[in-house]
Write a protein that binds this ligand. Structure first.
Ligand code: NAP
Length: 359
């Protein structure tokens, strides 16, 4: 691509907003030209407004940018949104109706019947739903979402198995990192040396999003996967990386070798050259005490789901462990690869070109 497309970040000062900045620093297709956050930050220089929490320095160019108000006037037409859900519910439609492609991380519209909830490796065809959105028909704008940070790793591990053997029941227990709650998140005195067996709305999100993601497009709607599912969600004293213990009941019997092959052969985006997509979306780790967040969260540059400990389950058929990086594959990286897919399908550039022609 000769000219990079201009993109903006809504919620640029938060945990996920910072990941967007880090992951987009040298992106071959996108360039950050606009940052927005709350009224508390608007008008300030980025480095004064944001408490940078990542282990690479904030890029100099971004550190000196002024934070804009969260208003579509003056914003680019491609928006990565990392807003709290209640705020997203009000703001994302404003941007979509102003002709922006809103690539969102929040849960506000994930389960809306016209809004695609997408993992490119899993259900790219669900993007068809954007054509039915009122914003799309009126202004060209639309909303596309990526899943909850704990649903994404699970679904990446389940998809290759579902394709080959079918899945009838899913039982999952999560051990979720503190960065999943944003910054400053859970108070240190609540989480150090402790486990909190409650994350508000998380179990419901995991259950309904998993079945939507693994569902199929029928006409203009998604038929969720007809499987029974139960999720237990826990917050644990880990900085980054959600670990999940999973048991599944299959529709057709599978051997251990067949399940390992399903994961190893899973390359649905091969040949599409999306810059942020991992070459091996589901990585198998053979050691009996892996995956672990400290050792495995950055596989595939933080974009792979790592699976291990596959063994027979005494209640259902098989059980295993899956790990994924919650703010990379579970948030900013997921949105970036969604935008790369949208661009490759011709759903982004026309918005930017039309805006440039009007300017
Ligand atoms: P966060 O650290 O609390 O950041 C929230 C961002 O929203 C900040 O930039 C904040 O700006 C901005 N904001 C707050 N009120 C606003 C308003 N009225 N108008 C405009 N901007 C406003 O949260 P986060 O962890 O980055 O999460 C962002 C979203 O991504 C949430 O919906 C979350 O559920 C979702 N998500 C998070 C993760 C994760 O692992 N953390 C994973 C997947 C999805 P100020 O700095 O000015 O307050």
């Amino acid at each position: 691509m000769q000219n990079k497309l201009e993109i903006g970040i809504l919620g640029a000062t938060g945990m996920v907003g910072q990941r967007f900045i880090q992951l987009l620093e040298n992106h071959p297709w996108f360039q950050i030209t606009w940052l927005a956050a709350s009224d508390r930050s608007s008008g300030k220089v980025y480095e004064d407004a944001a408490k940078w929490r990542l282990d690479t320095p904030c890029p100099e160019r971004i550190a000196k940018m002024i934070i804009s108000p969260a208003d579509p006037a003056g914003a680019p037409k491609i928006i990565f949104a990392a807003l709290d859900t209640d705020i997203a519910r009000d703001l994302e439609p404003l941007f979509a109706s102003a002709g922006c492609a809103v690539v969102s991380n929040s849960s506000a519209f994930r389960m809306h019947p016209n809004v695609p909830l997408v993992i490119p490796e899993v259900n790219a065809e669900h993007l068809h739903l954007i054509e039915d959105q009122t914003w799309r028909k009126q202004s060209g704008g639309y909303i596309v979402t990526n899943p909850n940070c704990s649903a994404i790793g699970l679904v990446m591990a389940l998809k290759p198995i579902q394709e080959r053997f079918g899945i009838e029941q899913i039982f999952v227990t999560t051990m979720q990192a503190v960065s999943g709650a944003g910054y400053p998140g859970v108070p240190s005195m609540d989480i150090l040396g402790n486990v909190v067996p409650f994350i508000k709305n998380e179990e419901q999100k995991m259950e309904e999003e998993t079945l939507k993601l693994l569902g199929h497009l029928k006409g203009d709607s998604i038929v969720p996967l007809a499987a029974r599912m139960s999720a237990h969600c826990n917050r644990v004293p880990v900085e980054d990386g959600h670990t999940e213990s999973v048991s599944i009941k299959l529709s057709r019997p599978a051997t251990r070798e067949e399940l390992l092959s399903a994961w190893a052969d899973f390359h649905p985006l091969q040949g599409q050259n999306l810059p942020t997509a991992p070459a091996q979306p589901v990585e198998w780790v053979a050691a009996e005490d892996r995956p672990q967040p400290r050792l495995d969260k950055n596989r595939g540059r933080g974009m792979a789901a790592t699976v291990g400990r596959l063994r027979p389950c005494g209640l259902l058929d098989w059980k295993f462990t899956v790990l994924s990086h919650n703010t990379i594959r579970g948030a900013a990286g997921a949105a970036i690869v969604n935008a790369e897919l949208l661009l490759s399908l011709g759903k982004l550039e026309p918005l930017a070109v039309a805006a440039a022609a009007q300017a």
